[in-house]
Structures are given as C-alpha cells and as structure tokens.
Design a protein around this ligand. Structure first.
Ligand code: 3PG
Ligand code: MG
Length: 400
C-alpha cells in the first residue's frame, strides 16, 4: 500500500511550481510563534525543493476562522518566522490563497523562491472540500506535495480534493510519519504493548477497540483506568470516572480476551483528597482506596509491573498520560514509565512510538522525547490512525 505513494524526491521539479501543503497550525502568542516544531518539520522539504530549482508555494490552515477572514488568524506572522528560519532564501507572502493576488505572487517567483499563501480556512471552500476552490488552488501549482500528516485526517480541499487535480506526492515528513505508524500497527516486531491514558474512555473507545485486536498488551492508565476499575467492582472513592461507559468497557474486555490481548490495569495508585499542586498524597492498593480520596496517578508497584512487562516487548505505542501529569506530584508515574520506555529504546530492545499533544508534553517534561524511536506531532490524525481509520489525506496520495 505504501508503495503506491509517490515520493517527492523522485519528481522532476526544476523550474516547476510546487504547491506544498504544510501544517503551519503552530502555537502563537502576541503575534509570535511560540513553538516552531511543525515549521521545523517542513523546512527540509522547502529547502530541498528550493535547491532543486522549484518555485515553492506553501499553503496551510491556521486556527479555525470558519470560512471568513479573521485578522488574528493570518499566517503572516508564521510566514515571517519561516523567512527568518530559511534565510538567505527569499520568502514572500501572498495576502490570499487563491485568485489574482495569489497568482501574482506565485508568478513573481524565481526558481528557488518561496511564497507562503494566506490561511486556507479564510475560504469556506477549504473545509467543504469544494471542487471549485480545489481547482483555484490547483491553478497555482504544477505539482502537489503533502507534508502535513497532522492535517491528513481532514478531507479538505488542500489535503484531499487537490490531490486528484495535480500530480500528487508525499513529502519526507509525511512519509516518515506513515512509515513509523505502519511499522507500529501493521507489521510490528511482537510482542507489542500499547499504553493508553487520558481522562475519558468515551473519547478513546475506537482506539481501544482497534488496539485490542492488534496488540499483545494494553496498559490502561489515567482517569480512564478508573472506569475500568469501577466496572471490575473496585471502590474508587471520589475519582473521576464515566458511569455511562460500563457496557463499552465490558465489550472492550471481552474483545481483548477473544483476541488474546492482555489488559493491564493499575494495581496501586497515588491518591489525594483533591487534584491540587502539592496536595498530601498516599499510595494505596486499588483494593483499598478510601471513600474520600481521588486516584491521581499510578503507584510504584504499577510502574514496576509495567516496566517488567515492557522488558518482554519489542514495540511500544503510547498515547495519553497515565496520571494527572500537569499537576505535581501526579506526573511521577507517567515520567517513570516514560524513562523506562526511553531506556529500553536506547538499549535497542524496543521500538517506541508516541503521539498526541498531552503525551508529547509529558515526554518533554520527563526529558525523554529524543530517546523515543518516533514522536508524532499529530494529535487528531495520530488518534484516528490508532483507531484503524484510513486518513483521507493519505488515501488521496495512494490513489493519485
Ligand atoms: C492540528 O493542530 O491538530 C491540525 O493542524 C488540525 O487542525 P484542526 O483540528 O483545526 O483541523
Ligand atoms: Mg486538532
């Protein structure tokens, strides 16, 4: 399947207008980019195309302006940041992404030049995957490259429609993301463990249902684990849980048993009267949670058990923190497991793949992001991939 995706490295781009779909949906404050990770990811492609003599036209969404021009959601500050990072390559900005202004900016490009177009979502046609809007974008390029995996779960004009109108290729960041995730889910070195945390079962039902059929060990943490413990008949005190998800949890447990996937729940927990920085904590067995306590992290025995089980695995997938990691000291369980996965990865025994905004923040806080085999910057797209869905932006490249 992956073989059917054309890679941009193999295309003749000299003198051609290459329309690059990037994900420039980066965090900003006071009109300045505060985290340039997503820009850094697409720079190798832009540099390479420029060096190969292409006229590089970069397009992206930014925020959710809902089809109207919203000044605070202009890509101009992001384009300025790109210009700074790409210097001495000259970077222009087009005040619209289609129409005369966009055409004039693109026509003015010399081979090797770069132009960033204004926010695609200023036009309703983008999210509607409108054929006329896709055609207007396609007028700006001879070739299309998608390097925005993190937007590939959206069937929009710039991620889906346009791939059918121009010769369509995947960029290197898109390719490495697809490859890493394919290795993890389609042909992993077994046994495979998935660590799934976060607050709610309800947002991850499809992820859990898909994973029990694909992985050997499913480690469940975070407030989500409380719902599982509750269904097992444990007293969970004042802990967060979802009473309405009991049937879902039972179904997931049944499916896991049928597929030979073992579910590992916390055996002990760090509890406190409330989720507050520096709250007085206690470690309790999950058979002995006080009525007035909240489970806020996995306990040391659970960390030890997860670590022992991971040592037998060759692949580890991770989405979602195992405790309330943003509030000290409730990140310790997540950080300890993160350090262990990093250590096993560095020793060469485990291929580790993590993704999702909170997960990446937790790995950063633990200081182990670089030790993982692959860390995805995608949130929604990473989750949909874990759900076993075909992402429209990837599918369009396959059929292009
Ligand atoms: C993201 O930040 O997750 C992607 O850029 C997609 O953005 P969206 O959720 O607004 O479609
Ligand atoms: Mg999102």
């Amino acid at each position: 399947m992956l073989e059917s995706i054309k890679r941009i490295d193999s295309a003749e781009v000299n003198g051609k207008r290459v329309l690059v779909r990037a994900d420039l949906n980066v965090p900003t404050a006071d009109g300045k980019v505060t985290d340039a990770t997503r820009i850094e990811q697409v720079l190798p492609l832009i540099r390479d195309l420029s060096q190969r003599g292409a006229k590089v036209v970069v397009m992206s969404h930014f925020g959710r302006p809902k089809g109207k021009r919203v000044e605070e959601m202009s890509l101009k500050p992001v384009a300025d940041k790109i210009a700074e990072m790409l210097a001495p390559i000259s970077v222009h900005f087009a005040p619209d992404c289609i129409g005369e202004e966009a055409k004039a900016a693109v026509n003015a490009l010399e081979p090797g030049g770069v132009c960033v177009l204004e926010n695609l979502r200023f036009h309703a046609g983008e999210e509607a995957n409108d054929a006329a809007f896709a055609a207007a974008l396609a007028e700006l390029g001879d070739i299309y490259v998608n390097d925005a995996f993190s937007a590939a779960h959206r069937a929009h004009a710039s991620t889906e429609g346009i791939a059918h109108l121009l010769p369509a290729y995947a960029g290197p960041a898109m390719m490495s993301e697809i490859e890493a995730l394919t290795i993890a889910l389609e042909k992993p070195h077994r046994p495979v463990a998935a660590l799934i945390g976060g607050a709610k079962v309800s947002t991850k039902i499809d992820v859990l249902s898909n994973l029990v059929e694909k992985v050997n060990l499913l480690v469940i943490g975070g407030a989500m684990a409380n719902t599982f413990l509750h269904v097992e008949g444990r007293g969970i005190g004042n802990s967060l849980f979802e009473p309405g998800e009991a049937n879902t949890v039972e179904q997931i447990i049944t499916n896991a048993t049928e597929s030979g996937c073992q579910i590992l729940l916390p055996k002990d927990a760090v509890v406190a009267p409330e989720l507050r920085k520096g709250a007085a904590t206690e470690v309790r067995s999950v058979t002995d949670i006080p009525d007035d306590a909240m489970i806020l992290d996995i306990g040391p025995d659970t960390v030890a058990e997860i670590s022992a089980r991971l040592a037998d695995c060759h692949t580890a997938l991770w989405n979602g923190p195992l405790g309330a990691f943003e509030v000290a000291p409730f990140g310790e369980g997540t950080f300890a497991v993160a350090r262990e996965v990093a250590r096993l990865t560095e020793e060469g025994g485990v291929t580790s793949i993590a993704g999702g905004g909170d997960t990446v923040a937790a790995l950063n806080a633990a200081g182990v992001t670089d030790a993982f085999s692959y860390v995805s910057t995608a949130g929604g797209a990473f989750l949909e991939w874990l759900e076993g869905r075909e992402l429209p932006g990837v599918a369009a490249l396959k059929s292009a």
